[in-house]
Design a protein around this ligand. Structure first.
Ligand code: NAG
Ligand code: NAG
Ligand code: NAG
Ligand code: NAG
Ligand code: NAG
Ligand code: NAG
Ligand code: NAG
Length: 819
């Protein structure tokens, strides 16, 4: 008995001795009250930590003991590319169909990327293995920082449950989308689900897209990133150790690790794997206006005319689902939207563009045979997703009952192209908005429910579901494996169709996204509310998509659902003028929120914000070129430029455009000031050139309702143009350069310039690339660019003469104010 008691005590102390933040959850199932019996049946430790600490703090009560059975690494063979080895499990764990023998392969591709093809000569990382239990340890050579250490908790690899945990070198963790959270994730027992889902953005919910990629800022100012290439439903559990657990219910564990060492390089290295984003057409960077519920083509047209009347810049007018007949794709309500073709013609005549929603992939299945080509023809060609009985699966979206195109089937791409082509001959649209492509289903699974099989009822279910049955059949696999890829595959089909129809760069905005999406589309942050809080959330949302390689991103300016106020909409238009994708969008039955709907004062402020955007488009376009070329970010977190300044790590109320322009919006009601952080160095007020010489500090600035604070970083040259009603006009205006001199009196900037719409302009060499240096301000290889005005901030003493190409030039000089 004594022995038994001793054993029990030993067991208990083995459990209690594990510090709380190193307890890895052995019972993550939601909606289960974990009892001691349930927990011990899994061979785990049960400690009711609420009793010990007196609070519900998220610490799991049921967690893995140190000797929980995991895998053991056997002998390892070197291969040409890296290493291979076998992992074996001696004792079975509790998930059904646990796989006993696994193959591990490790490949060293480049000096900064672990996983892939060529052996590196001088990698900046080292890899070690722990044999029993199996674990992977990756270190950064220079600092010795341990980036990954997976020995802390057991590895699982069952048929429908895979799990691996790692310790993290710091708590500065970013990425892991699509979720609504601060840019810097909380590691306080925070579980994030990855399962594309149609739901208004809400904290802790899984949202429209899936991006299993994170970036960590290490304590030394270096950064690394990790990508798990896996499309199944998944979960990432974060805990304060700091540590992270990946849990997925299918596929394989296929990790890429990017060593940076700075955050810009990490994101570039990630995009070398997933692909660089497409170059958008120039007009796509102009201002877009949309609402659900214009109600008629005339009403839509009137809005465009009002914008023109007040000379407010606008490049594209959009329509939401109300243009359709019964919400059916590829139809036009001929009663209310009869003048749509004429309106589009008028837009084109004014150098403007038209984009409409393709409401959703769901194709109405209830029309009489012979009356609705998309369904009839789709049925004939077998392009729809089938249920387990081999019949098209029927769910429900806006038009009522619908079938879902299977974009994993190449025949579907051809059918999609033909649909778009037929529609384009009636309404010659320029861009496409693809919505509801999680895919959304208003029913639970299908009109007939779902199967009882293992795909519809996996042993472990991460987060919330709301979609078609996961057992349904697509041409390459079950929906179970392809669900998170639906938006990506639809975007790919749509981009290729749009290229065939217009022979120009496609413009597509998608709600659901997956890694590689940037090659085909941009993204808007979904259906949110006209609230101050939602406006503030848009910045971390936008910055996260910068990390995901989808730089063309923005939120619905002034908010989608709910009612905006003039003050909120004014502030939001000022912020939204700096979203890479800038669109004001509203729902039906709310009062209008387009700029002409407001008072003259608000309207003027909105117009001025857009005019600044249009002035800066040459700079923005050049940033997109760098994104396309090598994966640079466009809307950029401050810490990307100041990785050694820890004060920048949690900033998500300010952001940069590229390296040189700092945006500090007002995000609160009723104030005429704003506090912003200025990293060490010189910053010039965009409007006046007055100087902020910061030692790395927060500054309170005036921010009356008609003003958004913008600052140019020292050493930057911004190429700008006089704004116009639309890009077709502004593109023709002379250039104005703004140079913000550094402490050492130099500055640098560049301009990428092409016709703004040709496919592959860069690859074909049909472009100009200009580099501006203060010592050599001017133009190179440019025949169609004229510099009109050159503004230089930070000159110091009044110059006596200014020469241009050796000739004396007239100039004016204003003394700087220093704040
Ligand atoms: C390593 O090589 C030996 C001899 O060629 C072979 O028997 C063994 O299966 C290999 N192990 C792995 C993990 O590939
Ligand atoms: C990895 O974590 C284990 C705990 O699981 C610890 O004993 C070991 O020292 C760590 N290795 C490194 C290199 O940090
Ligand atoms: C749209 O306006 C035109 C011209 O003003 C008018 O003839 C037409 O009836 C209007 N259409 C609708 C649907 O209101
Ligand atoms: C779905 O069923 C249709 C026949 O109804 C067939 O032509 C098609 O190939 C099936 N698709 C898949 C992915 O099973
Ligand atoms: C900015 O401040 C630094 C440190 O106080 C000082 O050395 C530098 O001369 C200042 N620069 C300007 C342009 O005022
Ligand atoms: C312009 O300045 C940059 C950075 O200071 C420098 O690398 C580059 O060589 C300069 N180019 C020319 C043409 O002077
Ligand atoms: C943070 C926030 O305001 N989230 C809201 C987004 O919108 C949905 C409904 O539209 C709300 O439920 C969320 O609370």
């Amino acid at each position: 008995l004594l022995l038994l008691l001793l054993l029990l005590l030993l067991l208990l102390s083995k459990c209690v001795s594990i510090p709380e933040d190193l307890r890895f959850d052995c019972y993550p199932e939601r909606n289960t009250v974990v009892t001691q019996e349930l927990c011990e049946a899994r061979g785990c430790c049960f400690v009711d930590s609420e009793q010990s600490s007196g609070s519900t703090n998220g610490v799991p009560w049921c967690f893995y003991p140190p000797d929980f059975p995991s895998y053991t690494l056997g002998s390892v063979n070197e291969t040409e590319l890296g290493l291979v080895g076998f992992l074996t499990r001696k004792a079975k764990a509790y998930y059904p169909k646990d796989i006993e023998k696994l193959q591990l392969s490790v490949e060293f591709e480049t000096d900064t990327r672990l996983h892939v093809k060529v052996k590196s000569r001088d990698p900046i990382y080292t890899v070690e293995f722990s044999k029993e239990p199996f674990g992977l340890i990756v270190k950064r050579k220079t600092s010795g920082t341990v980036l990954l250490n997976t020995t802390m908790a057991p590895l699982f690899f069952a048929d429908q449950f895979l799990q691996i945990s790692t310790l993290l070198p710091s708590s500065y963790l970013y990425g892991l989308g699509e979720h609504r959270s601060n840019f810097l994730h909380s590691l306080e027992w925070n579980t994030l689900t990855f399962w594309a889902r149609d739901v208004p953005p809400t904290e802790s919910f899984n949202l429209y897209g899936v991006h299993p990629f994170y970036l960590v800022m290490e304590k030394t100012g270096a950064a690394h990133g990790v990508f798990l290439l896996n499309s199944n439903a998944m979960e990432v559990a974060l805990q304060p150790a700091p540590a992270l657990t990946w849990r997925t219910i299918g596929g394989v564990l296929d990790f890429y690790i990017f060593l940076g060492p700075d955050p810009n390089l990490v994101v570039q290295q990630y995009q070398q794997v997933i692909g660089f984003p497409a170059m958008p057409p120039y007009w796509g960077l102009g201002f877009h206006l949309c609402r659900w519920g214009y109600g008629s083509s005339n009403e839509t047209w009137e809005t465009v005319k009002a914008m023109r009347n007040f000379q407010i810049p606008q490049d594209a007018q959009w329509n939401d689902i109300d243009y359709m007949e019964g919400y059916r794709d590829f139809t036009v309500d001929s009663q209310k939207f009869g003048a749509l073709p004429q309106m589009v013609e008028d837009l084109h005549k004014h150098g403007q563009y038209y984009v409409m929603i393709l409401v959703d992939p769901g194709i109405s299945s209830t029309q009489p045979p012979g009356s609705y080509w998309p369904y009839d023809e789709g049925l004939k060609r077998g392009v729809f997703i089938n249920n387990t009985q081999g019949e098209p699966l029927i769910g429900k979206v806006w038009p009522g009952l619908t079938a879902y195109p299977d974009f994993s089937n190449p025949d579907t791409h051809q059918w999609w192209l033909e649909n778009l082509n037929r529609f384009h001959s009636i309404v010659p649209f320029d861009g496409i908005w693809i919505d509801m492509n999680e895919p959304s289903d208003f029913m639970d699974g299908s009109s007939e429910g779902c199967s009882q099989g293992k795909l519809d009822n996996p042993p472990y279910v991460p987060g919330k579901k709301k979609t078609i049955c996961t057992s349904s059949r697509q041409s390459t696999s079950a929906h179970y494996n392809l669900h998170n890829l639906y938006g990506l595959m639809e975007a790919k089909a749509t981009a290729s169709a749009l290229i065939k129809l217009r022979e120009k760069r496609p413009f597509i905005i998608s709600r659901s996204t997956f890694p590689s999406q940037g090659k085909y589309s941009g993204h808007w942050l979904g259906d949110n509310r006209s609230s101050w809080k939602d406006m503030a959330w848009s910045i971390p949302g936008m910055l996260s998509f910068s990390l995901f390689g989808i730089p063309l991103v923005g939120a619905d300016i002034c908010g989608f659902s709910g009612s905006t106020s003039e003050e909120l909409c004014t502030r939001w238009m000022q912020l939204g003028a700096f979203y890479p994708f800038s669109r004001n969008h509203n729902t039906q039955d709310e009062k209008a929120q387009d700029p002409p709907a407001f008072s003259p004062a608000a309207r003027t402020t909105m117009k001025e914000a857009l005019e600044i955007r249009y002035s800066l488009l040459p700079y923005l376009y050049s940033l997109f070129h760098r994104a396309h070329l090598q994966g640079d970010t466009v809307a950029r977190p401050l810490f990307f430029e100041f990785p050694k300044d820890v004060a920048t790590y949690s900033i998500d109320k300010q952001f940069l455009w590229g390296r040189g322009l700092l945006v500090t919006p007002v995000l609160d009601p009723g104030v005429d000031w704003v506090v912003g952080y200025f990293p060490r160095g010189l910053w010039y007020d965009y409007y006046t050139g007055s100087l902020v010489n910061s030692s790395g500090e927060n500054l309170k600035m005036a921010a009356p309702l008609d003003h958004i604070n913008l600052h140019i970083r020292e050493g930057t040259i911004l190429p700008t143009q006089k704004p116009g009603c639309c890009t077709v006009i502004s593109r023709g205006n002379p250039m104005r350069l703004i140079a913000a001199l550094s402490q050492n009196a130099n500055a640098w900037g560049d301009l990428y310039w092409d016709d703004g719409e040709s496919l592959d302009a860069f690859a074909k060499g049909d472009y100009s690339y200009l580099v501006f240096n203060v010592t050599q301000v001017g133009r190179r290889a440019a025949t169609h660019v004229t510099v009109d005005v050159l503004t230089v901030y930070g000159v110091g003493e009044e110059p006596k003469i200014v020469t241009v190409n050796g000739k004396e030039w007239p100039f004016s000089y204003l003394t700087n104010q220093v704040i």
